[in-house]
Design a protein around this ligand. Structure first.
Ligand code: ADP
Ligand code: MG
Length: 447
């Protein structure tokens, strides 16, 4: 059955995908309607679960002519490259311990991911503030910052941090009802409750929580009914002194379509941001992830990864997965050359993004002013316009957030940046010359 499945998978997947991810899977056996499979390490496990689980499942069912589920776990004995089993003789069935991290509900706990804890969260200047706020809330729920609002770009650790709050609270107060929901899941459940006339149940459930963690709240913006229900849930919990933590990819004021009354509530407590990690933090995170997964990651490879890719930590982890899998499949240690080879396609594809520094240099050059003056707070007219233009271009041409741009202009407040950008946008509408200057600068930057 497994060999047949492999044949089908081989036809449906690209060679490289097949060799990298499917070939190293070890077939263990079939029990009831479940096919047990083993993979070399945790990374491969996560990857396969995310990308290939459905494909494998349907191919097995195809091959067997009956429906099978698959059960994936990390191998108890090392899987050597090329040790592809062809027989169906199962290895002696040792009870496999698959540690499920993501239970929909476990007693008084909803959806919390137990893998995301403070212990596994690497501190750096980019996340220090948010992490300190989260720790304070976890140590004293509902007595310090309520609500706690954490915002930051994609893949910077918001989900990790908000889960860490829940896990820590549970560790200290095992009887508390802790609930992690993405705002989308909240919405879906609401819609279902409306459809099946179960609103009382829905309300009772959420209002009975001691801790409500809502991830990616920006998704409910523009959804009137969901915002309304969330508003009432929020009030009920807040009034009975329950802790609320919310994350978003944006500052409350910048979430389009977010109701005013919700926005103002988000501002009642503490708002903390997570910024893009610096080189050191990226390397430290990579090292921790490598260690957790038994991957031997040389320093220069960590440096190469941290240096050559974006600030998105999830993406960074993805690269580590690839390199780790490649190393374990070819049974060779990770080296810089290997990392470059494995990632060459991805890294070429991802053309390097402009940096704020490059934009600043070009603008300073164009106006013949000093770079340090451009970044300063001096209010001279000859500096203000170039500075605002550089801020505007930074927002347009990089993926930096307002606070990140402010940081690179000598530590200015994000509202200063927003103000500057609005000003330029407005002036551009009326001022033909300004428009052409900016267009030329853009052209030069993208050359
Ligand atoms: P977001 O929710 O902001 O998009 P996540 O919390 O999902 O980002 O983080 C993406 C990945 O990066 C996760 O696997 C997470 O564990 C990891 N990560 C982010 N920040 C850190 C950190 N400071 N230390 C360790 N891992 C981190
Ligand atoms: Mg997230």
């Amino acid at each position: 059955i497994w060999q047949k499945t492999l044949d089908i998978l081989k036809q449906t997947l690209a060679d490289q995908q097949f060799v990298t991810w499917i070939k190293p899977i070890r077939f263990v056996g079939v029990k009831n309607e479940e096919v047990e499979l083993e993979v070399p390490n945790r990374f491969v496990l996560d990857w396969i679960k995310k990308h290939y689980q459905d494909a494998i499942q349907s191919c097995i069912s195809n091959a067997a002519g009956a429906s099978y589920r698959i059960k994936l776990c990390v191998a108890r004995t090392p899987i050597k490259p090329d040790a592809v089993p062809v027989t169906e003789n199962p290895t002696p069935p040792v009870p496999a311990k698959v540690q499920e991290e993501h239970h929909p509900q476990r007693g008084n706990v909803y959806n919390l991911n137990s893998r995301y804890t403070f212990k596994t969260f690497v501190l750096g200047s980019s996340n220090q503030f948010a992490s300190a706020a989260a720790t304070a809330v976890a140590n004293n729920p509902a007595t310090t910052y309520n609500p706690l609002f954490i915002y930051g770009g994609v893949g910077l650790g918001k989900t990790h941090l908000i889960n860490a709050v829940g896990n820590e609270i549970l560790k200290r107060n095992p009887d508390m009802k802790v609930c992690y929901y993405t705002s989308e899941k909240f919405m879906n459940e609401l819609i279902n409750s409306l459809r099946y006339a179960k609103m009382d149940e829905f309300r009772t459930k959420f209002r009975s929580m001691d801790v409500l963690l809502i991830d990616d709240v920006q998704f409910i913006a523009g959804k009137e009914r969901t915002q309304e229900e969330f508003f009432h849930t929020f009030n009920a919990l807040y009034d009975s002194h329950k802790q609320i933590v919310v994350t978003s990819d944006k500052f409350p004021k910048e979430i389009p379509g977010l109701e005013e009354r919700l926005r103002s509530r988000f501002e009642w407590g503490l708002i903390a941001d997570i910024q893009a990690p610096d080189m050191e933090t990226k390397q430290a995170i990579l090292k921790m992830k490598a260690e957790q997964n038994g991957i031997d990651l040389p320093h220069e490879v960590a440096f190469f990864l941290a240096n050559s890719v974006s600030s998105n930590i999830r993406e960074l982890e993805g690269y580590l997965v690839r390199i780790g899998a490649y190393a374990s499949l070819t049974a060779t240690p990770i080296s810089l050359a290997m990392a470059q080879e494995v990632l060459k396609d991805i890294l070429v594809e991802k053309r390097r993004e402009l940096t704020v520094e490059e934009i600043q240099k070009l603008v300073a050059n164009h106006y013949s002013i000093k770079l340090s003056d451009l970044k300063s707070a001096k209010r001279m007219k000859a500096l203000v316009l170039p500075r605002q233009i550089a801020m505007y271009l930074s927002r347009q041409l990089t993926s930096c957030s307002y606070p990140e741009i402010g940081e690179r202009f000598g530590g200015k407040d994000h509202s200063t940046i927003i103000h500057a950008i609005k000003k330029i946008e407005k002036n551009m509408e009326e001022d033909y010359q300004l428009r052409s200057v900016i267009n030329n600068l853009k052209k030069e930057l993208s050359a």
